[in-house]
Write a protein that binds this ligand. Structure first.
Ligand SMILES: Cc1ncc(COP(=O)(O)O)c(C=O)c1O
Length: 283
């Protein structure tokens, strides 16, 4: 049976979901997206994802359909595909606006697409033994807080990581670690957790927000400050976070061993705390 997706008001088989070649998403990567996670048939922090999409859209002057429509699209693809654990993708582009023009159309005809996909299963070895990462220069724009569908530099960074036998690429801007290609990054230095401050140089993750909240609640020292790549190499622990990734310990960066070369106590504690947080908040 083919997968049911949502496109512009309809729930239809994926192969029937067609978009114009003149869609501004295709021509200009003119759109924003979200990925939210469902556990046991219930969404985790869907409101926060929809609020972030609203903020992304505001920053690029993209009129969005109502939050109710977006929510119904995401819930609909989950239910119609009878999925309990899923990663649900939602994108809104500025749609088809006639012949290609840089000027924004005066009338909004957004293209709204949602699909539920099985949550990517993390490699159990990466969680038990830790993953490898490489650093890459962060040549992205200065609006990384917009969850834009324009992800070319993120995909090239991830590809470079995979070709180097690593799982994630860590962006470095002016010597400072910003975030991963699809994750936020955390570094444990002298018993304190450091993570890049929110702002235009990172996508402020929903998972990152939860981890910060857990640290505040549990009295775990955390600073929202940048870390130099040289400091990262000497860190006790490095880990990354994301909706699909949850918390992933990084034990090698650019071929150098981090800490003791195995997942550290802070990453393990935060992964457990995140799982408990999910369990209580989806009830
Ligand atoms: C560049 C980037 N940073 C951070 C994240 C993590 O965000 P979240 O925790 O909301 O999934 C993502 C997720 O896709 C991302 O693409």
């Amino acid at each position: 049976m083919s997968e049911i997706v949502y496109l512009n008001g309809d729930f239809i088989p994926e192969e029937q979901a067609l978009v114009s070649v003149e869609d501004r998403g295709m021509l200009f990567a003119d759109g924003v997206y979200e990925v939210a996670r469902a556990y046991g048939g219930r969404f985790f922090l869907l409101d926060q994802h929809l609020e972030r999409m609203q903020e992304s859209a505001r920053l690029v002057r993209l009129p969005l359909p109502s939050a109710a429509e977006l929510r119904a699209a995401m819930q609909g693809v989950l239910q119609r595909n009878r999925m309990a654990d899923a990663s649900v993708y939602l994108s809104v582009t500025r749609g088809h606006a006639g012949p290609r023009s840089h000027v924004l159309p005066t009338e909004a005809h957004p293209t709204v697409f949602a699909a539920a996909r099985p949550t990517p299963v993390p490699d159990p070895r990466s969680i038990q033994e830790g993953a490898a990462a490489i650093s890459v220069p962060d040549r992205r724009w200065h609006m990384c807080h917009v969850k834009s569908i324009g992800l070319l530099l993120n995909t090239l960074a991830k590809q470079a990581a995979v070709e180097a036998g690593a799982q994630e690429a860590l962006f470095v801007r002016d010597g400072v670690l910003t975030e991963g290609s699809a994750t936020n990054a955390f570094v444990v230095l002298n018993g304190q957790i450091w993570t890049h401050p929110s702002g235009p140089h990172i996508l402020s993750g929903i998972t990152r927000d939860v981890l910060i909240e857990i640290c505040q609640r549990d009295g775990i020292p955390l600073r929202q400050e940048g870390v130099l790549l040289s400091q990262l190499y000497a860190a006790q622990e490095v880990f990354v976070s994301g909706t699909n990734t949850e918390v992933l310990p990084i034990v090698r960066v650019d071929g150098r061993t981090i800490g003791e070369g195995r997942p550290g106590a802070v990453a393990r504690r935060l992964l457990d705390a995140l799982h408990r947080y999910v369990a209580t908040s989806i009830q």
